[in-house]
Design a protein around this ligand. Structure first.
Ligand code: C5P
Length: 221
């Protein structure tokens, strides 16, 4: 039985991966399954929180008692997170948000033309939602948590990213083609802006989720 240490709290969790459309049938996407974000939402609800789960393209059943807001793109995810933020005690950005999106959207399907090379794909930056909400917290004392998937120099890159983003906690995990994305288990280190380092050994995504909420609960005022 989990202690209801998040009772009376509102937490916002983003999950899944954004899809940035090129035309009505194609998108730029990523391998995030949404499992870690859903585990965060489930465990927060079990600890008594009111949970808003902003879910980007996750093919997962809605957790019981959780308010799910489905989104597609990074821009939509930003709108949904900002809308849920004013009365939130904590925000966990577990979603894999595309850093770039196609510069233009073709309203009709892009076709190949005989004997012609394809057009180069022009991209523009998406807003960095984590950096934005870390810098500009609508409620004082809000706890902001980010995730970072790194392929090398995991801890050094994680520390630099924590500082750059301005969040309170950063969950860093090592990824590769067969690591983490879509897997049932996760292994991570949670870095704190206060210099703390909490290793989470390989285990179910629920275990990492519970550790994140332990660290968040301690920081709530
Ligand atoms: O910069 P990077 O994509 O590695 O950062 C990952 C963290 O930042 C995740 O918590 C992700 O949800 C968040 N992010 C964001 N907006 C972006 C890109 C990433 O909020 N445009």
């Amino acid at each position: 039985v989990t202690a209801p240490d998040l009772a009376g709290r509102h937490v916002v969790v983003s999950a899944g991966g954004t899809r940035e459309p090129l035309d009505p049938v194609r998108f730029l996407g990523n391998r995030s399954s949404g499992k870690q974000g859903y585990a965060l939402a489930r465990t927060a609800a079990a600890r008594g929180a009111r949970v808003t789960l902003v879910s980007a393209n996750a093919a997962l059943p809605a957790p019981a008692g959780v308010d799910v807001v489905p989104v597609g793109t990074a821009v939509e995810l930003r709108e949904a997170v900002l809308a849920a933020l004013p009365d939130a005690d904590a925000v966990v950005m577990a979603a894999a948000v595309a850093d770039f999106r196609p510069a233009s959207y073709a309203t009709g399907k892009i076709k190949k033309k005989d004997g012609q090379e394809p057009e180069p794909l022009a991209l523009v930056r998406n807003p960095d939602i984590l950096a934005e909400i870390s810098a500009d917290r609508p409620r004082p004392g809000q706890v902001v948590v980010g995730f970072a998937a790194e392929t090398d120099d995991v801890l050094a890159n994680g520390r630099a990213k924590l500082k750059r983003k301005g969040c309170d906690l950063l969950v860093v995990n090592e990824v590769g083609e067969r690591k983490t994305f879509g897997a049932e288990e996760n292994e991570a280190v949670v870095l704190g802006a206060d210099g703390t380092e909490t290793p989470v050994p390989r285990g179910p995504k629920e275990v990492l989720a519970e550790t994140v909420w332990d660290l968040v609960a301690r920081r709530l005022v």
